[in-house]
Design a protein around this ligand. Structure first.
Ligand SMILES: [Zn+2]
Length: 424
């Protein structure tokens, strides 16, 4: 299938023609216009002290001179959006590996940090993940995660796009990174700007409303909202973006406004952090997390004897890098030795303190599962988070943040020539 046919499949033909018109309006013959657009976007983000992650097609970076580099110093992270803007699932493993290695090399040659990858059209297969991991990428952000939208907004074009992207539902899967086979996988939240413009044909007010509600949901669940805007559409999206960033700055406990590489680094470091549990003769237990900046400890329904502050309606946050408490049973998560290793890994990735033990009675919450798959994650998180059993845990996000937010958007072209070359 040629790139026009692929784009038409994802967007529908009317969507693709509208997109072509947008392209004509948004890009110039030189990168000047796009540079101004990026400058406007970055200035807007700066008002909220917020960075962003912009995956850019590697060949576009290769053809450009200096536009990308200067934004690195302004809290903008770049990632690879394919080597060419092609559907990765049509390439063999060897082709994907070769292009991933070439992408890493080109970014390095240009002095542009590049830790992450996002597939063009959000389309990938297991070979894509294996290839980018082998090429040295730390994270992938290609998995589309669709938040529920009001029934009246649904259109056949949007349904078709979700199928094309291989999107999964945020009602079923958590909006959280996942450390899988040594690659951090960070979901891409939908609807993005393209959905609002090309599939819903709606106005900025509707976008503002829906994105604000996604922000609220991610905050309640302690999850991640990737606010996805292709930079060339910033003018259409700025009302919604400003509102989301404004709300995010006001929410308590705070929202961690960050970039994808920081999320990936944090997720790995926090999951690997050494947790030391010691019991003293007086019956007091101390939990200490070693050597990771930003780590915070929290407790619920436990008699804490060290200094704490209120955090939300059920947890208190320790004031120091340790927490001391008294509890009849260990307020950690006990996991039976016969449970799958992925269960313990998943729980540790959330910041829970996990002990593999056959002594179920020693724990305030104990799991003995014969199998555990991705679809079991959401119900288990709900059971733990909404439960009222005693629990001591590490914060999922750094510095006491309750949820995370990252503005991100793909750069498919810097000039109209890039766009034309992409197709032909
Ligand atoms: Zn793209």
């Amino acid at each position: 299938m040629n790139p026009i046919a692929i784009a038409a499949k994802g967007k529908g033909l009317p969507g693709m023609l509208r997109r072509a018109e947008t392209i004509r309006q948004r890009y110039g013959l030189t990168p000047k216009q796009m540079d101004r657009t990026l400058g406007h976007f970055v200035t807007l983000l700066g008002k909220y002290k917020c960075g962003a992650t912009f995956p850019i097609t590697t060949a576009i970076l290769g053809r450009s001179r200096g536009v990308v580099e200067k934004y690195q110093a302004q809290r903008i992270e770049f990632a690879a959006h394919g080597y060419y803007h092609t559907d990765q699932t049509l390439l063999s493993f060897d082709q994907q590996l070769e292009q991933s290695l070439a992408a890493r090399q080109l970014f390095a040659d240009r002095g542009v940090r590049c830790d992450g990858f996002r597939s063009p059209y959000l389309r990938f297969n297991p070979m894509t993940l294996a290839a980018i991991k082998q090429a040295g990428f730390v994270y992938d952000s290609s998995q589309a995660l669709a938040w529920d939208i009001p029934k009246e907004m649904e259109t056949p074009e949007y349904r078709r796009a979700l199928d094309f992207y291989g999107a999964v539902s945020a009602a079923v899967y958590p909006a959280l990174p996942r450390w899988d086979n040594d690659l951090i996988r960070i979901p891409y939240c939908l609807p993005d700007d393209e959905a609002f413009v090309d599939r819903f044909h709606t106005n900025p007010a509707r976008m503002t409303e829906l994105w604000s509600s996604i922000l609220k949901s991610t905050h309640v669940r302690g999850e991640l909202f990737t606010v996805a805007i292709h930079p060339e559409r910033i003018l259409f999206c700025q009302q919604a973006l400003s509102r989301v960033l404004d709300d995010a700055r006001k929410l308590q406990p705070r929202v961690w406004m960050t970039q994808l590489y920081q999320i990936a680094d944090w997720w790995k470091a926090r999951t690997q952090a050494q947790v030391r549990v010691t019991d003293d003769a007086s019956g007091e237990t101390t939990v200490l997390v070693n050597g990771l900046e930003g780590v915070r400890l929290f407790a619920r329904h436990v008699q804490v004897t060290s200094e704490t502050r209120n955090w939300d309606h059920s947890f208190v946050q320790a004031e120091s890098p340790f927490i001391k408490f008294r509890a009849a049973r260990r307020p950690f998560i006990g996991v039976s030795p016969s449970s799958p290793a992925y269960l313990s890994s998943f729980l540790r990735q959330q910041g829970y303190i996990v002990q593999v033990s056959s002594e179920a009675m020693n724990y305030s919450f104990y799991l003995d599962r014969s199998h555990f798959v991705y679809e079991d994650e959401r119900p288990l998180l709900d059971e733990i988070e909404q439960g009222d059993f005693p629990l001591v845990r590490i914060g999922r996000w750094p510095n006491g943040a309750r949820s995370a937010l990252c503005v991100t958007g793909d750069i498919d072209a810097l000039t109209i020539w890039d766009y034309a070359l992409r197709i032909f």
